[in-house]
Design a protein around this ligand. Structure first.
Ligand code: FAD
Length: 469
């Protein structure tokens, strides 16, 4: 078998201790945080773990791994910290998993350029802590910051909770180093901007391990914020919240947080202020002390816009509650153990198409037998549109029934999203859960181009087969 031959060669080519075959480690790399896998784990039918996990400690070692794997036609699945939620990691018994977690250093902080070079396996929270010590923030705060890697962020095109102010990962990524199948290393040039043909970074942003292994990234830094202000407001309708968000962005304001919850989620998460169901908007601005005046103006503009729409100012407390709990990571196993099938689905639309999106997707998911409730909030706003992050809760105790609810809810959400002219994925990626819907969004020509890139970069098809395409 290709994987066994590759492993024998890797034993000879790599320093000792790089290849782990223990049961526990293999099981921990059998899949990512995809809720679908949790259903089968809890149901007693877990997916097959990989035969071994390789832990490289340098770019050269990654190059050796991808040289040997390519020669042996051995499938390879890159692994950051396994927090992906779309099924991007599912090696099965015939692929090697390459875990980047031993490549986790901040290689350089360049104070003059305000950039940092990071190894891809660096934990997101550790990265932010180290940058804070130097007076910076990356400004990238996915809810999973403590359980995801900086390379994983690039591989999945991730978004942080404060993206409206700092940008998404594609805005923060100045350059990257990626090892291609066969072992060649691509290093893109770190420039503030360049007109040197198509931007090669974009090919690897969101490539989900299907084109190579990202080993290093150079990111843009911002000064660590010293001043933070914000408030929460109760609004008469969801549409009022959407309009306030659009107006503020259109006027040029960039608050770090503009987060609109529908009535169901406002009541679920902020019950002290919402005995009934009404939409809630959280607003927060942050920056340096020098910017304090501008930030106060931003908050005043946001408050005025909310009040014009009939909003009721709830002060700072709901915002502080959210800030205190924002990185809570739910355990699928606990929820499933209680008979609850839960997942989240994030999509996005331009302002002209966002109108019916919330109602149509929640109605479609809610119509799936076994679904108890579907709800949504916005978390990333742009001058051109906004995302909606849907959550559904279903009830079932049997594995087969849980799977039926799960796949039914996803199919309903994807169809309703496409019917509204919205994109099927805002920031979690494609993986396996959205793979069959991607051709409908990219179109035949788009898929052909993606396949041609895949063939050119990975002619033997060893990189993360089954994901994306
Ligand atoms: C509770 C929770 C909250 C979340 N919140 C957010 C959020 O706010 N915003 C957001 O964007 N996402 C969020 N996610 C999703 C997830 O954290 C992101 O997709 C994250 O970027 C994955 O990083 P990782 O290191 O864990 O990658 P993994 O799960 O290990 O891998 C994800 C995919 O990327 C590939 N990959 C990983 N590392 C590399 C590499 N170095 N080179 C090439 N390919 C690689 C893998 O093969 C796989 O296909 C959340 C997940 C959870 C569980």
């Amino acid at each position: 078998m290709a994987v066994q031959i590759a492993l024998e060669e890797l034993e000879r080519a790599l320093p000792q201790g790089r290849i782990e075959r223990g049961e526990e480690i293999r099981r921990a790399h059998a899949h990512d945080y995809w809720a679908f896998e949790a259903i089968h784990d809890v149901g007693g039918n877990p997916t097959t773990p990989p035969p071994a996990v390789v832990f490289p400690e340098s770019t050269d070692e990654v190059a050796k791994i991808l040289t040997i794997a390519n020669e042996q036609r051995c499938p390879v699945v890159p692994f950051g910290l396994g927090s992906g939620v779309c099924g991007g990691v599912r090696p099965g018994g015939e692929a090697l998993v390459v875990d980047l977690s031993r490549m986790a250093r901040v290689l350089e902080v360049n104070d003059q350029a305000a950039t940092a070079r990071l190894q891809a396996g660096l934990n997101g929270a550790a990265c932010e802590r180290l940058l804070n010590e130097r007076g910076y923030t990356l400004g990238h705060f996915p809810q999973s910051i403590a359980v995801s890697s900086v390379g994983g962020w690039v591989a999945t095109r991730a978004s942080g909770q404060l993206s409206t102010r700092y940008g998404n990962i594609e805005d923060l990524l100045l350059a990257l180093e990626v090892v291609l199948p066969g072992g060649r290393v691509l290093r893109t040039f770190p420039a503030p901007r360049a007109a040197t043909g198509p931007d090669l970074r974009q090919i690897f942003l969101g490539s989900e391990g299907t084109l190579g292994i990202v080993t290093e990234i150079t990111v843009k830094l911002s000064p660590k914020p010293e001043h933070q202000d914000g408030f929460a407001v109760r609004l008469p309708t969801w549409e009022d919240g959407i309009e306030v968000t659009r107006e503020l962005l259109r006027a040029g304001w960039r608050p770090a947080i503009l987060r609109l919850y529908d009535g169901v989620e406002a009541q679920r998460n902020f019950s002290a202020w919402f005995p009934d169901q009404a939409p809630l908007l959280l607003v927060m601005s942050e920056g340096t002390n020098e910017m304090q005046g501008a930030l106060e103006l931003e908050i005043a503009a946001a408050r005025a816009a909310c009040l014009r729409r009939g909003g009721t100012d709830l002060g700072r407390e709901p915002l502080d509650k959210w800030l205190g709990h924002r990185n809570h990571v739910p355990s699928w196993a606990d929820l499933l153990g209680n008979g609850l099938v839960v997942d989240t689905i994030e999509v996005a639309a331009t302002w002209d198409r966002v109108g019916p999106l919330h109602a149509r997707v929640t109605e479609a998911i809610g119509a799936v037998p076994g679904v108890l409730v579907a709800s949504g909030h916005t978390s990333h706003a742009y001058t051109t549109g906004v995302n909606i992050y849907f959550t559904f809760v279903g009830q079932a105790t049997e594995e087969a029934e849980q799977e039926r609810i799960y796949t039914g809810a996803w199919a309903a959400a994807m169809e309703a999203t496409m019917a509204c002219g919205a994109t099927i994925a805002h920031h979690h990626g494609i993986g396996r859960v959205r793979r069959d819907y991607l051709p409908r969004e990219l179109g035949e020509v788009g898929i052909d181009v993606l396949r041609a890139v895949k063939r050119a970069v990975d002619p033997n098809g060893i990189m993360n087969p089954g994901v994306l395409l």
